[in-house]
Design a protein around this ligand. Structure first.
Ligand code: HEM
Length: 493
C-alpha cells in the first residue's frame, strides 16, 4: 500500500472531502467557505518517526469547543458507523477533552481488546471515572489486574451464582408484585428497573436482609447513584455544588460504609458478594486487603447496575412491540412455572436468551471500550504514539450490514442455529468486551436479567404505552431512554 505521510497531502485530501457547497444566501459564499474550512480542518494525530512506513492517523476537530459531541450524544453508534464508512477502521477525533483514535470494525476491536503485545492499558478510563471507581477491577492493569481477577473469580463460581439467583428471585418477585404499577400509561420502566436493581444489589451485594434498615440502604443507594452519575459531569472539577464534587463526596460515603461493613463481615458467614469477597482467595491462599474489598465492591455495584437495567428495559420494550416474541417467551416461562428459580430452570428459557442477545446487540449497554497506548505502536499501518487513547465500538460492529442481516430489525432468531450471525466474526458480537478484561459478571448479569424477565412475564402482559412508540436514547454515556421508557403493564390474572 502506498505510504501517505505528508501533512500537506492529508490536509488537502481532508479539505477536498469537505468542499463547501455554494451558499444559497447571497453574499454569504465567502464567509461560509472560510467558516467551513476552519471548522472542518483536518487534524493529524502525530507524524510517524522518520523512515517509518507507517501512516499518520487523521481526523477532524468538529465544531469549536464541543467537537462532535452533539452527533455523538444524539446518534451514538449510528454516527460512528458514518465515520467508519467515510474514513475506515482508524480515525482520530479531536474533541476537546476527549481526543482519541477510534478503532472501528470487528478486526480493530479484536486487535485492541485481545491486546496480544500488552500495548494498551486501562488508564484511558481514569479521566472519565477514575476518581469515583479507582482501584476497581477494570481500572487495574496487567499482572496486578490478573492477581485481583483470580481472587475475584471465586465470587462467580457456579455454586456462588446459585446462591445469588435465590436472593435475586425473592427480591424481584416481591418488588414486581408490590411496587410496580399496572394499567398506568405513565409507568416508566427504566427508573423502576433501576430501583429494582438497587434493591437486588442491597441484598445480593451488600448482604442486607430484604426490607432491613431502610434509612441506611437509602443513604447508600443515593450515594451510589450520585457517584455513578458524576462520571458524565460537564464541569469536571470538584467545585460545589456540581456533579463532580458531589460524586467525590458520595464516594467518601461509600468508602466509609463499606469499610465498616468489611470489618463486621470478615468473621461472618453469608452467601452475599461482600461476604464472599471477604473470604475469597486464589490458589496460593492470597486474599484481598480491606481497602481492596471496598474499592471492588464500589466498582462491582456500578458495573452490575446500569448494564442490567438498560438490557432489561430494551427487552421489555421489544417484547411489548413484538407480541409474538412475548408469547413465545411466556410459553417457556409457563413451562418453568412459579416455583423457586435456579440456574437449571433459567437455562430452559431459550427464547428469552435470544431476545436478550438481540437486545444487547441493538442497544449495547457499554457501547465502547477505552484503552491507552503504553508505548509507540501501530494499528492497521497507522502510527499510534505512546499515550494515545484508543476507543473500540462494539455497539457499531453490532450494526454492520456485512455481519448482520437487516441490522436495524429486531430479529432474535439471528442468534439461533443455523443462522448464528454472531459467529461470523469473533468480535461480531461483543457486548461483554473481550480479552483479559472481558466482563467477569457476564453470567451473573444474564441470570439476573432472565430472573426479572421471567417473573415479569408470569405476572404481566407488556404493551407499548401508545401504538408506534419508538424510544430515543441519550448516548452521552451508557445509553439511556430519554423519556424513561413508558410501558403498560397489564395484569395476567
Ligand atoms: C448486561 C450486563 C453487563 C454488560 C453488558 C457488561 C459489560 C461489560 C464490559 C463491556 C466490560 C469490559 C469493559 C472493557 O473491557 O473496557 C465489563 C467489565 C466488567 N464487568 Fe460487566 N457487564 C454487565 C454486567 C456485569 C455484572 C452483573 C457485573 C458484576 C456482578 C459486572 C462486573 C464487571 C467487572 C468487575 C468488569 C471488569 C473486568 C476486568 O477488568 O477484568 N458486569 N462489563
Amino acid at each position: 500500500m502506498a505510504t501517505i505521510n505528508t501533512r500537506a497531502y492529508l490536509l488537502d485530501q481532508a479539505r477536498r472531502r469537505f468542499t463547501p457547497t455554494p451558499s444559497t444566501v447571497p453574499g454569504m459564499g465567502l464567509a461560509e467557505h472560510w467558516l467551513r474550512q476552519r471548522l472542518w480542518e483536518s487534524v493529524v494525530l502525530a507524524e510517524p518517526p522518520e523512515g517509518s512506513d507507517l501512516k499518520p492517523v487523521v481526523g477532524d476537530a468538529g465544531l469549536p469547543i464541543i467537537g462532535h459531541m452533539i452527533e455523538l450524544f444524539r446518534s451514538g453508534p449510528d454516527f460512528i458507523l458514518d465515520l467508519y464508512r467515510a474514513h475506515g477502521p482508524v480515525h482520530y477525533q479531536w474533541t476537546p477533552g476527549l481526543q482519541s483514535v477510534f478503532a472501528l470494525g470487528p478486526d480493530a476491536t479484536q486487535v485492541v481488546l485481545s491486546n496480544r503485545n500488552k500495548d494498551f492499558s486501562q488508564r484511558a478510563w481514569d479521566p472519565m471515572i477514575g476518581p469515583f471507581f479507582k482501584r476497581g477491577l477494570m481500572l487495574l492493569d496487567f499482572d496486578e489486574h490478573m492477581f485481583h481477577r483470580r481472587i475475584m473469580q471465586e465470587a462467580f463460581t457456579r455454586s456462588r451464582l446459585t446462591g445469588y439467583v435465590e436472593h435475586i428471585d425473592s427480591v424481584a418477585s416481591q418488588v414486581l408484585a408490590t411496587d410496580w404499577v399496572p394499567d398506568d400509561p405513565r409507568f416508566l420502566f427504566h427508573p423502576a428497573m433501576k430501583a429494582l436493581a438497587l434493591d437486588i444489589a442491597s441484598v445480593v451485594f451488600m448482604g442486607h436482609p430484604p426490607g432491613s434498615d431502610h434509612d441506611l440502604v437509602t443513604t447508600v443507594n443515593r450515594a451510589f447513584t450520585t457517584t455513578t452519575r458524576a462520571g458524565n459531569a460537564i464541569i469536571r472539577k470538584g467545585v460545589p455544588p456540581f456533579h463532580w464534587w458531589r460524586g467525590l463526596r458520595a464516594r467518601q460515603v461509600l468508602e466509609e460504609y463499606f469499610a465498616q461493613r468489611v470489618a463486621e463481615t470478615r468473621d461472618s458467614d453469608g452467601t452475599d458478594m461482600l461476604t464472599v469477597l471477604c473470604h475469597a482467595q486464589d490458589e496460593n491462599g492470597k486474599r484481598f486487603s480491606d481497602a481492596d474489598i471496598v474499592s471492588h465492591m464500589i466498582f462491582l455495584m456500578m458495573a452490575a447496575h446500569d448494564t442490567s437495567t438498560t438490557t432489561t428495559t430494551t427487552m421489555a420494550h421489544q417484547l411489548a412491540a413484538h407480541p409474538e416474541w412475548q408469547e413465545r417467551c411466556r410459553d417457556e416461562s409457563e413451562r418453568v412455572g412459579d416455583g423457586p428459580l435456579d440456574i437449571e430452570a433459567l437455562d430452559k428459557l431459550e427464547s428469552l436468551d435470544l431476545v436478550m442477545n438481540e437486545s444487547l446487540r441493538m442497544v449495547t449497554p457499554v457501547p465502547w471500550n477505552f484503552r491507552r497506548a503504553v508505548r509507540d505502536t501501530e494499528l492497521f499501518g497507522h502510527f499510534i504514539p505512546a499515550g494515545t487513547d484508543v476507543v473500540t465500538w462494539p455497539a457499531m460492529n453490532h450494526r454492520l450490514p456485512e455481519l448482520w442481516t437487516r441490522p436495524d430489525r429486531f430479529d432474535p432468531d439471528r442468534f439461533a442455529e443455523p443462522r448464528s450471525e454472531h459467529k461470523r466474526h469473533r468480535y461480531a458480537f461483543a457486548p461483554f468486551g473481550g480479552g483479559a478484561h472481558k466482563c467477569i459478571g457476564m453470567v451473573f448479569g444474564q441470570l439476573e436479567i432472565k430472573t426479572v424477565m421471567h417473573r415479569l412475564l408470569r405476572r404481566y402482559r407488556l404493551e407499548l404505552a401508545h401504538p408506534g412508540y419508538r424510544p430515543r436514547y441519550d448516548w452521552g454515556g451508557m445509553p439511556v431512554p430519554i423519556d424513561g421508557m413508558p410501558i403498560m403493564l397489564r395484569p395476567l390474572r
